[in-house]
Design a protein around this ligand. Sequence first.
Ligand SMILES: Nc1ncnc2c1ncn2[C@@H]1O[C@H](COP(=O)(O)OP(=O)(O)O)[C@@H](O)[C@H]1O
Ligand SMILES: [Mg+2]
Length: 253
Amino acid sequence: MIEFDHVKKSFDGNYNVLDDITFNVMPGECLVLLGSSGSGKTTTLKMINRLLEPSAGIIRINGQDVATLEPVQLRRSIGYVFQGIGLFPHFTVSENIQIVLQLQKFSKQKQIQQSHYFLEQVNLDPSRFAARYPAELSGGQQQRVGVARALATHSDILLMDEPFGALDAINRVALQNEILTLKKKIAKTIVFVTHDIYEALRLGDRIAVINQGKLEQIGTRKEIMQKPATDFVHELFSQAVHQLKEFMDVLYV
Ligand SMILES: Nc1ncnc2c1ncn2[C@@H]1O[C@H](COP(=O)(O)OP(=O)(O)O)[C@@H](O)[C@H]1O
Ligand SMILES: [Mg+2]
């Protein structure tokens, strides 16, 4: 379990980028952090593996205060899919995954074997893709490699920061489906950041709505849509439903 206990973050002293955030991520759940650009989603995610330190409050993983854990060790032990793509351009696809396996002291042979295994997990055929360089892949394929690399940490926790943000709608839905399939196969705790309300509704076992550094509401899609806790949440979801209705009207008149 990941716990945020009255966490605050400010970068320049007085302005709170995150203002007293308290929530839990349950083992095996996919929690989506939903909020518009600048609301504090990446900041929240980066404090879990100590890429950033909170200004106040405590973050615990399985009961342990992360502030007491060695940061490099912690970072290596948690899968992280970066906002943007973040593959090393001068490494092949397989080598991009092997980096993570090398840190776990796997033999070279095992690294290669496992890199192929994780490529298969994200539906990339190793015989076609392992030896390619990132520039020789489409955006969607690069993102799959990013996910494979995060899986290769063998971590129970995956942090994903707008992993599909740069993709077109068709590739985005394909990758969302794969995350849903993957979720059934692997019991991992996922914290998934997005500004896309439909993505949140598809992927989240629960959704945490963040607005200007405040946690507006956390709950299942049903709870949030049926009982919005604040005007902001109400507006956000009723707009989405309205847009969907308009779209259906266009399709079915
Ligand atoms: N290193 C930093 N120094 C100063 N301000 C920052 C820094 N990182 C983020 N911020 C500010 O914190 C706010 C939240 O940023 P971020 O967590 O990246 O938002 P999101 O991921 O939701 O788009 C923004 O106003 C951003 O400008
Ligand atoms: Mg961000």
